[in-house]
Design a protein around this ligand. Sequence first.
Ligand code: IMP
Ligand code: MG
Length: 208
Amino acid sequence: MASTWVQSPRFAVAAPAKRGDNTLMAAPIVHAGLEVLYTRDQIARRVAEMGEEISRDFAGQKVVLVGVLKGATIFLADLARCISLDATFDFLSTSSYGKGHQQSGEVKLLKDVDHSVEGQNIILVEDILDTGLTLTYLRRVLSAHQPKSLKIAALLDKPARRIQKIEGDYIGFTIPNKFVVGYGLDYAERYRNLPDICVIPPSALGDE
Ligand code: IMP
Ligand code: MG
């Protein structure tokens, strides 16, 4: 569906087109022929289930959603709106794979949380649990802040690639050993804005 452009005094914004079910949908984005692994509707349904589960588990309590920049931002934004609890946000950042899909194996903290998480219920929100190096490291960093509880919510889990023995508490989808992009996940910083989760074929993965 075509979107209309609305002029505001300082910038032009694309007004999202409306879908039949009355939910807002962004203007269509070119997927460049990538195979879709999970559609936006499948993701939305699963994220809603995850939010309900978290809301049940922490009924009557407050939670702090700690997102791992940048991949978890879209997942966190959607998950947060499916959680019916008193919730606040914070963000962490680690050194990443580099520009492409290669991994150095070393994780460094680039940005710590802004607020003390001592005595709080922390839900560490990550896009994907792959080798497990990042979340093992971040779990240690956050545990040092002595939270009341610490859980991991990851949209995707790729257990075939695990190096560190770690499991998520809330997992959206368990996927095969494929490199995926979209819904926040990138390849060399691209594709984060794809609404669906898509697969990058191995032949297209360079050595960046
Ligand atoms: P780890 O290997 O579990 O430490 O994963 C760390 C990070 O690697 C994730 O937060 C993602 O940013 C990135 N990553 C791992 N697998 C993929 C993938 O299939 N697509 C995009 N990013 C990935
Ligand atoms: Mg990430």
